[in-house]
Design a protein around this ligand. Structure first.
Ligand SMILES: Cc1ncc(COP(=O)(O)O)c(C=O)c1O
Length: 378
C-alpha cells in the first residue's frame, strides 16, 4: 500500500494509464504532434482529426453538438469565459447576476470582478444541508437578471444541486444559466437536450485526465454568445484563441469517454467505499457528516469535534486529505462553504474532506479508518 493514502480525489486525480497511453501519441516526432490549425499538410490534418474526435467525445458526454464545445485551459478559464464573456455581451439587457455563497472561487471571484465593473450580484445562502431552496432563487430574480450560476457538485461537500429545476426556472424567464460541472463531469450525467442549461464548465483533471485542459459548453439553440477573453489567432470560433494542445485535448476526451463508459460501475464502487468508511468510523460517536446525504459519494466532509483540522492532519500523516479550509496569508480560514451552511467557525475548523476515486482500494479505506480511530484515541 502506498503511503500516505491518497484521499484527495476532489483536489485532483491521477491520469488513468489508458489516457496517458493515448496522449503520448500526440507529443513526439513519431506521433501526430502537428498544429491542428496547420491544415496545409498531413501533420496538421492528423492533429485536427484528433481534436475533432475529442470534441465529439466531450459533446457526446452531455448530448451536445460538436460546435457547442470550446476548448479552454481548465474549469477556471471556462467559468471566467462563461461569466465575464456572457456578462459583457448581455449587459445592455441587464446587470444583475445570481449565484450561491457555496460556489468555487472561480465563480465567486469572477462575480466579484464583475461587481467592480458595475454589475450587481446576489449571493444566495444554501439550506443547512447545502442545497438551494429554489423559492430563494425565484425571489432573487429581478427584471434585470441576466445570468444565474450554480454548480452541479460541490467540491467540499459533494452536495448535488438540482440543476434541472434551476434550468427550467431560468429558461422560462430567458435568463442564462451557467453550471460549474468541474466536480461532476464524467461522474453524474448531464443531458443538455433535456436540461435547458446554457453554459457548462468542464475539466479533465478531476476525472482521470490531464491538468490544464477544460471545455466550455455554449448552447446554440437558442443561441448563446460570449465575448472572448483571450484574443489571437481566432481559434475556437474566435471565442478562445491560442494553439490547441492536442495531447491535452485528446487526454480529456479519452478520460471522459472512459468515464462515461464506466460511470455506473465507478459510482457504485465509490458509493460502497464511502459506506464502508463511514461504517468503520462508527465507533467515533460524535462525528457528523456535512451536507445532504444524497450527495456525490466520492466526497465526504466530516467534522471531528474537539480536534481542529490542522491537528487532525498532524496526527494522521499517513492520510492525504484536505482540511476544506483555505490557507490565506492571514492563516487558516474556516471553510466559507461550511460557514454558509450554518456551521460555526469553531465547527468548520474541525472539518476534514475525504475524497475517494477510481483507484481507491478497500484496503486503503480500512487502513485509513483504523488509522483515524487509533490516532484520535491517543
Ligand atoms: C467546483 C470547481 N470548480 C472549478 C474548479 C477549477 O477547475 P480547474 O482546476 O480545472 O481550473 C474546481 C477545481 O478545483 C472545482 O472543484
Amino acid at each position: 500500500m502506498k503511503l500516505p493514502i491518497y484521499l484527495d480525489y476532489a483536489a485532483t486525480t491521477p491520469i488513468d494509464p489508458r489516457v496517458v497511453e493515448k496522449m503520448l501519441h500526440y507529443m513526439s516526432v513519431d506521433g501526430d504532434f502537428g498544429n491542428p490549425a496547420s491544415l496545409s499538410h498531413a501533420y496538421g490534418q492528423a492533429a485536427k482529426q484528433a481534436v475533432d474526435w475529442a470534441r465529439a467525445q466531450v459533446a457526446d458526454l452531455i448530448q451536445a453538438e460538436v460546435s457547442e464545445v470550446i476548448w479552454t485551459s481548465g474549469a477556471t478559464e471556462s467559468v471566467n469565459l462563461a461569466l465575464k464573456g456572457s456578462a459583457a455581451l448581455y449587459r445592455a439587457k441587464g446587470k444583475h447576476i445570481i449565484t450561491m455563497k457555496t460556489e468555487h472561487k472561480a465563480v465567486l471571484d469572477s462575480c466579484e470582478q464583475l461587481e467592480k465593473e458595475g454589475f450587481s450580484v446576489s449571493y444566495l445562502s444554501p439550506e443547512s444541508n447545502g442545497l438551494l431552496d429554489c423559492s430563494k432563487l425565484l425571489s432573487a430574480i429581478r427584471e434585470d437578471t441576466i445570468l444565474v450560476s450554480v454548480m452541479h457538485v460541490n467540491n467540499e461537500t459533494g452536495v448535488i444541486q438540482d440543476i434541472n429545476t434551476i434550468a427550467q426556472i431560468t429558461a422560462a424567464r430567458e435568463i442564462l444559466f451557467h453550471v460549474d460541472a468541474a466536480q461532476s463531469n464524467g461522474k453524474i450525467s448531464i443531458d443538455v437536450t433535456q436540461m435547458p442549461i446554457d453554459l457548462i464548465s468542464l475539466n479533465a483533471h478531476k476525472v482521470y485526465g490531464p491538468k490544464g485542459v477544460g471545455a466550455l459548453y455554449i448552447r446554440r439553440k437558442p443561441r448563446v454568445r460570449v465575448a472572448a477573453l483571450i484574443h489571437g489567432g481566432g481559434q475556437e470560433q474566435g471565442m478562445r484563441s491560442g494553439t490547441l494542445a492536442t495531447h491535452q485535448i485528446v487526454g480529456m476526451a479519452e478520460a471522459l469517454r472512459l468515464a462515461k463508459q464506466d460511470m455506473a460501475a465507478d459510482y457504485q464502487k465509490i458509493h460502497a467505499l464511502r459506506e464502508r468508511f463511514l461504517q468503520q468510523l462508527s465507533p467515533l460517536k460524535n462525528i457528523s457528516v456535512n451536507g445532504d446525504s444524497k450527495g456525490y459519494p466520492g466526497i465526504l466532509n466530516i467534522c471531528f469535534p474537539g480536534i481542529k483540522a490542522e491537528r487532525f492532519m498532524q496526527k494522521c500523516p499517513e492520510l492525504a486529505v484536505s482540511s476544506g479550509s483555505a490557507c490565506l496569508n492571514k492563516g487558516i480560514e474556516p471553510s466559507y462553504v461550511l460557514r454558509a451552511m450554518g456551521l460555526t467557525t469553531e465547527e468548520a475548523q474541525t472539518a476534514i474532506r475525504f475524497s475517494f476515486g477510481r483507484f481507491t482500494t478497500i484496503d486503503e479505506i480500512d487502513y485509513a479508518a483504523q488509522n483515524i480511530i487509533k490516532q484520535l484515541s491517543l
